[in-house]
Each structure stands twice: as C-alpha cells, then as structure tokens.
Design a protein around this ligand. Structure first.
Ligand SMILES: Nc1ncnc2c1ncn2[C@@H]1O[C@H](COP(=O)(O)OP(=O)(O)OP(=O)(O)O)[C@@H](O)[C@H]1O
Length: 141
C-alpha cells in the first residue's frame, strides 16, 4: 500500500476535553506519523472556506459556528494507506453509529461535536493539507 498523507483536525469539543494526547496515541499506535501540527482558533472565514463543499447543506452554519467555538489542533498524518486508516480510527460521523473503540465512539458527543475531521480521499487530502500548511512546513520522515 502506498504511503499517503491526510489532514486531521481535533475539533473544539475534543480539545476542550483535554484528549489531544489520547487521540495522538491512537494515530501513533496505528502507524500514522504526525509530520506537521498546529493549534489555532479558526476565524469564520477560514472555517467557511474549509467546509465550502457543504455550504448549501442545512447544517453548514451550525458546523461553522461549532468549528470556531474554541481552539482546534490541526495535523498532517503520514503512513501507509493513511487516509482510510485515519477514517477507520475516527469511526462513523454520528458517534451513536461509530464502532466501539473508535475515536468518535470514545470521545464524541453528537454529530455536530464529533471530535475529529479526516480527509476522505487523496484529492481532498491534497487540497485540505495545502489549506492549512504551506509545503515547506511539512517534514518528510
Ligand atoms: N446531518 C448532520 N447534522 C449536523 N452536522 C452534520 C451532519 N452531517 C455532517 N455534519 C457535520 O459536518 C461535518 C462534515 O460532514 P461530512 O459528511 O463530510 O462528515 P465526515 O466526512 O464524517 O466528517 P469530516 O468531514 O468532519 O471528517 C461532520 O463531521 C459533522 O460534524
């Protein structure tokens, strides 16, 4: 399987719960390396731009309001099959439907406050990584 990179965001609910380290452990224990990371408090413009594909969806305003409600931790994960592996570790979007042992089953409260984001395909991973990290700030390992 090819080595890939994917964009991960630990959302405001999980940052507020103080579980960044626990989530990072899951990445590391499953062969995903953190090759770039940054804590930030997104502006409304940044969050709207990031989720632009969802702008016609009924939940768009709530999603943006939530993403700017507190600091987030944004990272690039690298590893074999990193995109699918991260999605597996995250679990289903709705934590009530997420498999036991996944990040969302263990740390998320609701479909809005669902602890993490992860890119869903190579094309979106490339766009999302470029959105938050200039290439020169990512270290190959
Ligand atoms: N029906 C919904 N009601 C409220 N919020 C929703 C709903 N569907 C999705 N969302 C929110 O919008 C985010 C993006 O939706 P998407 O369908 O891309 O989910 P995802 O791919 O599982 O999650 P993410 O893109 O955050 O990794 C979700 O993580 C969730 O927080």
């Amino acid at each position: 399987m090819a080595v890939e990179r994917t964009l991960s965001i630990i959302k405001p609910d999980a940052v507020a719960k103080n579980v960044i380290g626990k989530i990072y452990s899951r990445f590391e224990m499953n062969g995903l390396k953190i090759v770039a990371a940054r804590m930030t408090h997104l502006s409304r413009i940044e969050a709207e731009g990031f989720y632009a594909v969802h702008k016609e969806r009924p939940f768009f305003k709530d999603l943006v309001d939530f993403m700017i409600s507190g600091p987030v931790m944004i990272q690039v994960l690298e590893g074999e099959g990193a995109i699918a592996k991260n999605r597996d570790l995250m679990g289903a979007t709705d934590p009530k439907k997420a498999a036991p042992g996944t990040i969302r089953a263990d740390f998320a409260e609701s479909i809005d406050a669902n602890a993490v984001h992860g890119s869903d395909a190579p094309e979106t991973a490339a766009v999302e990584i470029a959105y938050y990290f200039p290439a020169l700030n990512i270290y190959s390992r």
